[in-house]
Design a binder for this molecule. Structure first.
Ligand code: NAD
Length: 520
């Protein structure tokens, strides 16, 4: 079956593939449409020397780009915001074709990228403007903190949100005056290349955002070796190798890694709202969402009602290969991902878990489709009890009281996202604050968290290092520089005064400062 897309002009994918500069390599990567397994185009498999050359061009471009005023840089990102909204159909067609996701899941990426562009274009100036800091002795010293761009930022992205994860972390990096070299996932390079084209149309200088396509274990290390900051999103396993290499190079990095996210439905939850939350939280993007729930804990009092409604609603979900908005669950991205999901489910069922709904591959729908699956009776010896499946599969179990629920939620080496469902707001906040995850939603699966771009977001434990969004999300792409001018009365001991007298006087001054700060 071949998909006709009405929004991508002919030859678009071929042209995008040709836009990658790969002079040192004749190899290519064939990109397929997960809906059918058919090839939709090729991109170059860049050699390490292509990566070095790309970073070098980005470094040259950075001098000019960082000399632009913040207002002028913000203008580019503001126009990019408009282009993403105006050209959303084209972006969505490419995204759905190469990732196999449901179009409604792709639309969340359009919203996310536009929101980040608008937010940082409006707030970057405030987050990065020079700030007056206190000197040691009031008025005696003028101390300023400045923020300067790190230089070239390398963004390494996964395939699950091919627009968001290629662009949203790059937006603050660009606004801070850096240039960016992006390595998209092998499975989804075309969305990234189309985004790069739109950035150029918005007025970004040619080499300020470059895309290098290729194999992760070749292009990734070459990129880490050449850039000044690495912004990595992907699995915890790869994240460790990225951190190791960046550490060796003494290059800073932020790591947005995998989760094994818990959802808690407390016994006073609005059951139908909690079930809708679980449907969104477990099966959005066919479960290939870093924030999605793979562990669902339901308190005894609502367990039976919750489970029967959850099973009923899961059965109703529509799943088919389509470029239209009406489909609820799309395909898994690749054979590799499909095999991983199938192995996790088969392993669990063979060791005694029950698939109360789903549990099967659906080759009749498409080669990598897998049914939304609810498992009960999951125990420790099953692989998916602790490992991230990253598919439409959730293990449901019960708990007795809040202490027990919180302990279960925290019993993981991951700490990315969690969710608590209750009609008692105070109880919800209390439980949320005790869960060891970087983000926790109350009566929300992930939308409130993800869309609160003013608040930092990222993982605790093995789910990452660093944060995206908000002030932290842009300041990490800068170096701080402190400049202090001594005007009079140095804190150091004057040459004419014996050190003994100086020490005595300073001790009194220190005591005085403390009393003043404490309000006498
Ligand atoms: P992955 O780690 O396999 O690949 C991510 C990227 O790293 C790809 O571009 C890949 O080519 C590249 N890469 C591979 N080997 C590399 C190496 N040695 N050096 C440098 N780069 C290398 O992850 P994936 O399978 O593409 O994505 C799924 C994972 O990403 C899941 O674990 C998911 O939870 C996680 N994820 C996390 C977030 C978050 O914000 N925390 C968001 C989305 C996905």
């Amino acid at each position: 079956m071949t998909f006709q897309t009405s929004h991508i002009p002919p030859d678009t994918l071929d042209d995008l593939g040709r836009s990658v500069s790969a002079e040192e390599s004749d190899d290519s990567i064939s990109v397929e449409a997960p809906f059918t397994g058919e090839r939709i185009g090729d991109v170059p498999a860049c050699a390490p020397r292509d990566v070095t050359a790309g970073v070098s061009r980005a470094r040259t471009a950075q001098t000019e780009w960082s000399s632009w005023s913040m207002e002028r840089r913000a203008g580019v990102l503001s126009r990019f915001h408009d282009l993403v909204l105006d050209r959303q159909d084209e972006l969505l067609d490419v995204m759905v074709l190469e990732s196999g996701k449901a179009r409604r899941d792709g639309y969340e990426e359009i919203l996310d990228v536009a929101t980040n562009a608008r937010y940082y274009a409006a707030r970057a100036e405030e987050f990065l403007r020079p700030r007056r800091r206190d000197g040691a002795i009031p008025l005696a010293t003028k101390t300023m903190e400045y923020r300067t761009p790190v230089g070239v930022v390398g963004v390494i992205a996964p395939w699950n949100y091919p627009l968001t994860l290629a662009v949203s972390d790059a937006i603050p990096a660009l606004l801070a005056g850096n240039t960016v070299v992006l390595k998209p996932a092998e499975e989804t390079p075309f969305t990234a290349l189309l985004a790069a084209k739109l950035l150029r149309e918005a007025g970004l200088p040619e080499d300020a955002f470059r895309v290098v396509t290729g194999w992760g274990d070749e292009v990734g290390p070459a990129l880490i070796d050449a850039v000044d900051f690495v912004s990595f999103t992907g699995s915890t396993e790869t994240g460790r190798t990225v951190a190791e290499r960046a550490g060796k190079n003494l290059v800073k990095c932020s790591l947005e890694l995998g989760g094994k996210n818990p959802m808690l439905a407390l016994d006073d939850a609005d059951v139908s709202a909690a079930v809708e939350g679980a449907i969104r939280g477990c099966f959005t993007n066919a479960g290939q969402l870093c924030l999605s729930f793979e562990r669902l804990y339901v308190q005894d009092g609502v367990y039976n009602r919750f489970l029967s409604r959850f099973v009923e609603r899961t059965r109703e979900l529509s799943m088919e290969p389509s470029l239209d908005y009406d489909v609820e669950v799309g395909s898994l991205v690749s054979e590799r991902q499909f095999e991983k999901v199938r192995e996790h489910v088969n392993d669990a069922v063979s060791k005694g878990a029950t698939a109360v709904v789903g549990g099967n591959a659906r080759p009749d729908v498409g080669p990598y489709f897998f049914e939304p699956t609810i498992l009960t009776g999951v125990t420790e010896e099953m692989t998916l009890a602790r490992e991230e499946t990253f598919g439409p599969v959730v293990a449901v179990s019960r708990f007795s009281d809040d202490e027990n629920g919180i302990a279960l939620a925290n019993d993981s080496d991951r700490g990315l996202n969690a969710s608590v469902w209750t009609t008692d707001s105070d109880r919800g906040w209390e439980v949320a604050r005790r869960i060891d995850c970087g983000t926790v939603g109350i009566n929300d699966p992930y939308h409130a968290i993800w869309a609160s771009v003013d608040a930092p977001m990222g993982g605790m434990k093995d789910s990452g290092i660093g944060r995206r969004h908000g002030r932290e999300g842009i300041r990490k792409y800068t170096e701080s520089q402190t400049v202090a001018e001594q005007r009079f009365a140095s804190v150091a001991s004057p040459r004419q005064v014996p050190t003994k007298w100086y020490a005595r006087a300073m001790t009194s001054v220190m005591r005085l400062f403390k009393r003043i700060e404490e309000g006498w």
